[in-house]
Design a protein around this ligand. Sequence first.
Ligand SMILES: Cc1cc2nc3c(=O)[nH]c(=O)nc-3n(C[C@H](O)[C@H](O)[C@H](O)COP(=O)(O)OP(=O)(O)OC[C@H]3O[C@@H](n4cnc5c(N)ncnc54)[C@H](O)[C@@H]3O)c2cc1C
Length: 443
Amino acid sequence: MKVVIVGASFAGVSAAVAVRKQHPEAEILIIEKQNDIGFLSGGLHLYLQGIVKNLQEAVFIKKEQLAAAHIHLLLESIVVDVDTQQQLLTYYFRNDKNFLTYDKLILATGSGQWSHKIEGSDSPRMIKYKYLADAQAAIQQLQQSQSIAIIGGGQIGAEALASLLSLKKEIHLFESMDYLLAKYFDQEMVENVQKDLSQAGVIFHFGETVAAIQDLETGVLISTQSQQVQTDCGLFALNIRPKLDFLDSAIQQRTDQTIVVDQFLQTTAKNVFAIGDCIDLENSLAEQRYLPLVNNAVRAGLVVASNLKEPILPFVGSLRTIATKVFNYYLASTGITEAEGFFYPGEIAVTELEQLGLPFTSKELIKGKLIYDKRTHQLLGAQLVSKLNCLEKINTLALSIQTKQTLESLMQNDYFYQPAFSNVLDITNHLGASALWSEHHEN
Ligand SMILES: Cc1cc2nc3c(=O)[nH]c(=O)nc-3n(C[C@H](O)[C@H](O)[C@H](O)COP(=O)(O)OP(=O)(O)OC[C@H]3O[C@@H](n4cnc5c(N)ncnc54)[C@H](O)[C@@H]3O)c2cc1C
């Protein structure tokens, strides 16, 4: 079996490694248009925060590791045509046109930091940094700039602003929603984070959609529906989208260019699969279905390997579990927000509380919120915010949602107790109990 994978990032590499494990006889080939692999999309943040000393350290895999697993890598090779009838790819290695046949094709072409909606978004003064070369160029540009406009207040934008604050820059953040991280948190959960960031000097422009970016001699002019702001440069932290105009029409795509796949990650063309940022996830709890996250890409890569010969393992989809650190705050979220409850077919209820995370070793509170089905008590979403690192707890809550736990069982989840490392009642048990108590009280 000859398995060809297009794209050697999180999804493609994960699929290649899993195919090698499950199909030792397979010939595996990955085609990648970059000249190297493995750079972490948020590598620039790690560098700016001093977590890595140079960008080359910000990688999750090296090409030697793939070679050791007998996975062949074609770098600097861009796929320009997919013919699903003849099971044939056309690609360019530098300027040379080449052809490649496949038995099974896995599309893992991801997404890019581009926007056709913002005029002038290709300006060289608008920093994009998903790939190593761009991130390298970004460092110099950021160093030379005193004022920076960040476009987008999601996870990427929030992390970028926290990284740039430490460099003492003037930061403007433009976000069309009304508050920071609005996709993942309800407003009251991030109020303190925003207040502290404003006090530290960040200038927020919420409810402002950037329509155009104009290059000036000494900077960029950012235009929204209501104002114009000039800064030395801009930084793209936008919702990212795939660009897939080279696929043949047998591979059905949505209007946003994402590839349609079934639960086994099969596209509408025979022997063609798609994973990672180039698909959207129908089986997500959230209203939003395009969920470009590393964990989705990696898990889909593992699952697709099981389905190459026959469809046996459905992909469970995504709860949109995220966690991050912004300024002094650890923030984590999974499942739906209260605001998204509007789209949920049943009636939702919420509970919120604050408790000391580690009473004997820290004075920091953890603020937690739980969203659940009011009738069945099934868990739907959770959010945690604290100055204490409580991020791992979101994985427990995500698992509780994934395994369809109710308030009654969440309250009883079995955890260790050791006074230096935990609380007598863990906040996740406490959230379950608190929701039940408020239901009793209401009744
Ligand atoms: C700045 C930034 C920070 C982020 N931080 C996080 C984070 O902390 N946590 C998180 O979960 N997610 C994060 N994300 C999102 C995350 O990067 C993506 O979800 C992830 O990269 C998806 O992996 P993928 O393999 O599907 O696609 P991609 O990483 O986009 O990779 C696709 C690969 O395919 C190649 N390719 C595309 N077209 C072709 C072609 N025609 N021929 C050959 N090769 C091709 C590309 O060169 C690329 O290497 C971040 C994104 C950005 C931009």
